[in-house]
Ligand binder design. Structure first.
Ligand SMILES: Cc1cc2nc3c(=O)[nH]c(=O)nc-3n(C[C@H](O)[C@H](O)[C@H](O)COP(=O)(O)O)c2cc1C
Length: 199
């Protein structure tokens, strides 16, 4: 009886929440489609499979492409004065994670499904992955430069998707204040774009 009670207790705990930090596999930094073909294939798509998720390897490759470290202290995107003011967040059904580029990990921010805040368009609220591109004024005070860096992240995501036959669309259509609050951003941080990614 005692064992049964313990087993039931363990099952109920595991059902309450199973979201946790994720250590990503090392990104594959070679291969892929030739750049000119990826540029030729780059496009926005607005229909996403609501069941087929990216693997952790694909997530690692995508996020590294978006704004990972490709040298000791430099990123796959250029930033003015190397301020590195952009952070990306992965909004997924089991929670929201911050991409920790230095440690190649997804740090759990909340285990709540916040996809309803990913954008006004219905496909965004149902997609399995939205990437919030967030700037930090305490690192880069010039909004335009931060916007330029966010644009570089956006295009890297577009090109990775084009190279891998995966759909994506960058979106400005979301409630920035509600999303910032839900992501626990501080007063210097701002969501500049949300990009839906998926099959
Ligand atoms: C800053 C920015 C904001 C955008 N916002 C939205 C949006 O809110 N919703 C949407 O469906 N597409 C959005 N787009 C995608 C554009 O509509 C799309 O890039 C444009 O129609 C050209 O299509 P293409 O990307 O297939 O070349 C945005 C693109 C950019 C660069």
């Amino acid at each position: 009886m005692k064992t049964l009670f313990l087993a039931l207790a363990l099952i109920s705990v595991s059902l309450v929440s199973c979201a946790q930090d994720i250590t990503l596999p090392a990104a594959q930094r070679s291969g892929g489609m030739p750049l000119m073909e990826a540029l030729n294939n780059r496009k926005s798509t607005r229909q996403f499979d609501e069941n087929k998720q990216l693997t952790h390897q694909q997530l690692a490759d995508l996020l590294w492409s978006a704004c990972g470290y490709n040298r000791e202290d430099k990123l796959t995107i250029p930033t003015a004065l190397n301020r590195q003011e952009i952070t990306v967040y992965a909004i997924m059904p089991d929670g929201v994670y911050r991409y920790d580029a230095r440690n190649n990990a997804l740090v759990l921010i909340t285990d709540q499904d916040l996809r309803h805040l990913a954008g006004a368009q219905e496909f965004a609220q149902k997609a399995l992955l939205n990437i919030a591109i967030v700037s930090d004024k305490s690192k880069m005070e010039h909004d335009i430069y931060a916007g330029v860096a966010a644009g570089a992240v956006m295009q890297n995501i577009y090109l990775w998707c084009a190279s891998n036959g995966i759909g994506t669309v960058a979106r400005g259509n979301f409630d920035g204040e509600a999303l910032a609050k839900a992501l626990n951003l501080d007063e210097n941080q701002r969501v500049l774009l949300v990009q839906t990614v998926g099959y």
